[in-house]
Design a protein around this ligand. Structure first.
Ligand code: ADP
Ligand code: GLC
Length: 489
C-alpha cells in the first residue's frame, strides 16, 4: 500500500512524548513489510537539515483559504528504500524553541502552524502526483486532514484516499476561534455540531473523529474507556456515534532501542538469564543521580512528563511520608508543571541521598533509570497506552501502575507466592488516590524485603514478555485495508 503519515512528532527528530516513538516505529515496521511509506513532519527550529538531505527543487505552495503560503521541503530516507521523511520548512511557523509551545503555554497560532503541516502533507501528494491509499494522522495537530479529504479534496484525486485517525490522547483537542474555517478554506457548513464546531469554536479533534474513515486508539482498554466521561474528555457523543469504526491497537516497543542486552546508553548490559549487569546499572544510577550507593535498598524510578494525567501530584504529596517510614530510594526524571518540579525539588532537598532528581529532558538518564531501578512508578489518572511501563518491564524494573488504559492491558497483577507463569509482572491499584499509591509502594517494598524469591520470579516474567510491534503492525495493515474498502477504493 501507499501510506502517508502526517505527524507533529517523530523520534529522533522531534519528541515531546510517546507519540514520537510510535510514529517512528510504526512507519519503520510498515516499510519493513514492503509498504511505501512517506512521513511528513515540520522542520522545527531544533532540527537542522543534514548534508545528505535533499531540498525539493520548487517551493511548495500550500493553499490556505486566506491566500497561499510557501514552504521549502527537505527529503531524507529512513534507512529503507521505501521509507521517506519529508520536513516542511517555514521559518515563521517552525523556527521556535518548542514543538507546541514554550513554558507550558501553547503558541497562539498553533491553528495556523498545524494547518500548514496538514495542508502541506496533502499539497505534497499533489506536487508528486502520488496518491496514497491511506493517510494515517495522529491526534489533533493533523486531525483536520480527514475533514479536508471529505470536503475541499473530495472531487479531486485525493478524494479516494482513506483516512485513519490515531488517538494518542483525548485530553488535547485543538480548540481554536471560528475564523479557522476561513483560514483553512473550509466550507461554512462544516461549522456544525456534528463536524468541527464545539461551543462556538473549532475543535479539530472532534472534526477528525467525525470525518476519518477509521479511528484507532493506542490500546484496546482506552478505546472502551473513551466512550464515557471522564476519559471521553467531552467527546463521548461522537465517539459512541463512531464506535463501530473505533479500534484499539496496543502500541509496541522498538526493541532495537529498548533492549538491556544491547542498549549503548547503559554502563553494563544484561538479560533475563544474567542480571549482573543490572546491579552495575543500579550502582551507577545511584552515584549519578545522588543517591546513597546501597545495593540492598529498592530504587523506585519515574520518567515522565509532569502533567496532571500522570498522577505524580499524588506521589509528591506522599513522598515525605513514604521516605520516613520505608527504607527506599527514588530516582526521578521529568519536566513540565512548574509546581510539580518545585515539589520534587523540595522533597529532594529534604531527603538527600534518598531522592535523586533530574529536571528536563534527558534520554540517556531515562534509559539509565529504567535499567538501574527496581520498581517503576506510573500512577496515571488516565493512560492511552504508556510506553514506560513496557520499557521498565523489559529492563526488569517492576511497574507500579493504576489500572487504566494501556497500563491495564500490559501489566499483570502480582500474585503472592504463585509460580513464575502466574506470578504477574507488576503492582496494580485501582483508585487515583494518595492512599492507594502509598499502600502499593508499601506492598512493593514489603515484597522486596520479605519475598525476594517472588521478586526474582516477577523480574523474569516481566523481562520475557513480548511487547514487539509484530501483531500490532498486522492489525494496522488490516485496518488500513478496511478503511480503503470503506472508502470505495
Ligand atoms: P506520554 O507520551 O504520555 O508522555 P509515554 O509513556 O507513552 O507517555 O511516552 C513517554 C516517552 O517519553 C517515553 O519514551 C519516555 O522515556 C520519554 N520521556 C518522558 N519524559 C522524559 C524525560 N524527562 N527525559 C527523557 N525522556 C522522557
Ligand atoms: C500519548 C499518551 C501515551 C501513549 C503515547 C503514544 O502521549 O499519553 O499514553 O503511550 O501517546 O501512543
Amino acid at each position: 500500500m501507499r501510506i502517508l503519515m502526517v505527524s507533529s512528532e517523530m523520534t529522533p527528530f522531534a519528541k515531546v512524548g510517546g507519540l514520537a516513538d510510535v510514529v517512528a516505529a510504526l512507519s519503520y515496521e510498515l516499510a519493513r513489510k514492503g509498504h511505501e511509506v512517506k512521513v511528513v513532519l515540520p522542520l522545527y527550529g531544533s532540527i537542522s537539515p543534514e548534508r545528505h538531505w535533499k531540498a525539493l527543487p520548487d517551493p511548495l505552495l500550500v493553499p490556505f483559504g486566506t491566500g497561499p503560503q510557501f514552504g521549502r521541503v527537505w527529503e531524507t530516507t529512513g534507512g529503507l528504500p521505501n521509507l521517506h521523511f519529508y520536513f516542511l520548512e517555514h521559518n515563521h511557523y517552525f523556527q521556535r524553541a518548542g514543538v507546541y509551545g514554550d513554558a507550558g503555554e501553547g503558541y497562539p497560532d498553533n491553528d495556523e502552524r498545524f494547518l500548514f503541516l496538514s495542508k502541506g502533507g496533502l499539497a505534497l501528494c499533489h506536487y508528486w502526483q502520488w496518491y496514497p491509499e491511506v493517510i494515517n494522522v495522529h491526534d489533533w495537530p493533523t486531525a483536520v486532514i480527514p475533514v479536508l479529504l471529505n470536503t475541499v479534496e473530495k472531487q479531486g484525486p485525493l478524494g479516494r484516499a482513506a483516512s485513519v485517525l490515531t488517538i494518542h490522547n483525548m485530553e488535547h483537542q485543538g480548540y481554536f476561534p471560528a475564523s479557522f474555517m476561513d483560514l483553512a478554506g473550509l466550507p461554512r457548513e462544516e461549522f456544525r455540531g456534528d463536524s468541527l464546531e464545539s461551543y462556538g469554536q473549532v475543535n479539530l479533534l472532534k472534526g477528525g473523529l467525525y470525518h476519518a474513515t477509521k479511528l484507532t486508539t493506542v490500546s484496546p482498554q482506552y478505546s472502551r474507556e473513551i466512550l464515557s466521561p471522564p476519559e471521553s474528555c467531552g467527546l463521548e457523543t461522537v465517539l459512541r456515534f463512531r464506535s463501530a469504526d473505533l479500534i484499539g491497537v496496543l502500541n509496541g516497543v522498538d526493541t532495537e532501542t529498548w533492549n538491556p542486552a544491547t542498549d549503548p546508553l547503559l554502563p553494563a548490559k544484561y538479560d533475563a538469564d544474567n542480571l549482573q549487569g543490572k546491579k552495575v546499572c543500579k550502582r551507577v544510577l545511584q552515584e549519578e543521580i545522588g543517591l546513597e550507593v546501597r545495593p540492598e535498598v529498592p530504587v523506585f524510578g519515574v520518567v515522565s512528563r509532569f502533567a496532571s494525567q500522570k498522577g505524580l501530584d499524588l506521589l509528591v504529596n506522599i513522598l515525605p511520608w513514604v521516605l520516613r517510614e520505608m527504607d527506599v530510594q527514588f530516582a526521578l526524571l521529568g519536566s513540565g508543571d512548574p509546581r510539580l518540579e518545585a515539589g520534587f525539588r523540595e522533597v529532594a532537598r529534604l531527603f538527600p541521598g534518598k531522592v535523586g532528581l533530574g529536571v528536563g529532558y534527558n534520554n540517556q538518564l531515562a534509559h539509565r533509570i529504567e535499567a538501574g531501578s527496581d520498581f517503576f512508578v506510573m500512577p496515571s489518572r488516565f493512560e492511552p497506552c504508556g510506553l514506560n511501563q513496557m520499557y521498565s518491564m523489559l529492563y526488569g524494573s517492576l511497574p507500579l501502575v493504576r489500572d487504566t488504559g494501556g497500563l491495564h492491558d500490559t501489566v499483570e497483577q502480582y500474585r503472592e507466592g504463585a509460580g513464575e507463569a502466574d506470578i504477574g509482572t507488576g503492582f496494580v491499584f485501582q483508585e487515583a488516590s494518595e492512599n492507594a499509591l502509598y499502600y502499593t509502594i508499601g506492598w512493593a517494598c514489603a515484597t522486596w524485603y520479605d519475598r525476594p524469591d517472588d521478586i526474582q520470579k516477577l523480574i523474569r516474567r516481566a523481562m520475557t514478555r513480548d511487547f514487539s510491534w509484530g501483531p500490532s503492525v498486522e492489525r494496522y495493515e488490516q485496518i488500513y485495508q478496511w478503511a480503503q474498502a470503506a472508502r470505495g477504493g
